[in-house]
Design a protein around this ligand. Structure first.
Ligand code: GTP
Ligand code: MG
Length: 149
C-alpha cells in the first residue's frame, strides 16, 4: 500500500496540535506505520529540503525547523500521498481551506505546522531519510474490511 511521510513541525508540537493531527489521519482510515519525535539536524534538513536550499527564506526556515522537536510519522493507505496533502491544506495557510490542518490552525507560511510528501517517489525518499530500517512497521489493521470494500 502507498505510504506518505507526514511531519509535525516544531510549532505544531509547541502549540499542542500533535494529538489532533494524529487523530485526523487515524479517523480518516489511514494506518500508522511509524512514529517518533526527533530533533532535526542541519544536514538532515538540507537533504530533506534540497530543492529549497538556495531560496532566500531557507536559513530562517531551517532555524525554525531546528527550534524544537518534530514528530515524524508514516501513514499508509489508498492514495495516502495526495490525500495527505489535501488534509494538510495549501502551503500558505491564508489560502488553505477551512477543515484542513493548516486552514484550521495557522496563519503564516513560515509557521505552517506540518509537512506532507508531494509525490510517491519523494515519500519513499523521505521515509528512508527520517527513519531507520526496522522503525517502519508492517501490520494488519483489524478495521481494514470496514474501511476498504
Ligand atoms: P511541505 O509539506 O512543508 O513540504 O510544504 P509544501 O510542499 O506545501 O511547500 P514547499 O515544499 O514548497 O515548501 C516547504 C516549506 O517551506 C513550506 O511548508 C514552508 O514552511 C516553507 N516555505 C515555502 N515557501 C516559503 C516562503 O516563501 N517563505 C517562508 N518563510 N517559508 C516558506
Ligand atoms: Mg514540500
Amino acid at each position: 500500500a502507498e505510504r506518505t511521510y507526514i511531519m509535525i513541525k516544531p510549532d505544531g508540537v509547541q502549540r499542542g496540535i500533535v494529538g489532533n493531527i494524529i487523530s485526523r489521519f487515524e479517523t480518516k482510515g489511514y494506518k500508522l506505520s511509524a512514529m517518533k519525535t526527533k530533533e532535526a539536524s542541519k544536514e538532515l534538513l538540507e537533504t530533506h529540503y534540497s530543492d529549497l536550499v538556495e531560496k532566500p527564506f531557507f536559513p530562517k526556515m531551517r532555524d525554525y525547523m531546528m527550534s524544537g522537536p518534530v514528530v515524524c510519522m508514516v501513514w499508509e493507505g489508498k492514495e495516502a500521498v495526495s490525500t495527505g496533502r489535501k488534509m494538510l491544506g495549501a502551503t500558505n495557510p491564508l489560502e488553505s481551506n477551512p477543515g484542513t490542518i493548516r486552514g484550521d490552525y495557522c496563519i503564516e507560511v513560515g509557521r505552517n505546522i506540518c509537512h506532507g510528501s508531494d509525490s510517491v517517489e519523494n515519500a519513499e525518499k523521505e521515509i528512508a531519510l527520517w527513519f531507520e530500517e526496522g522503525e517502519v512497521m508492517d501490520w494488519t489493521c483489524h478495521s481494514k474490511d470496514w474501511i476498504y470494500e
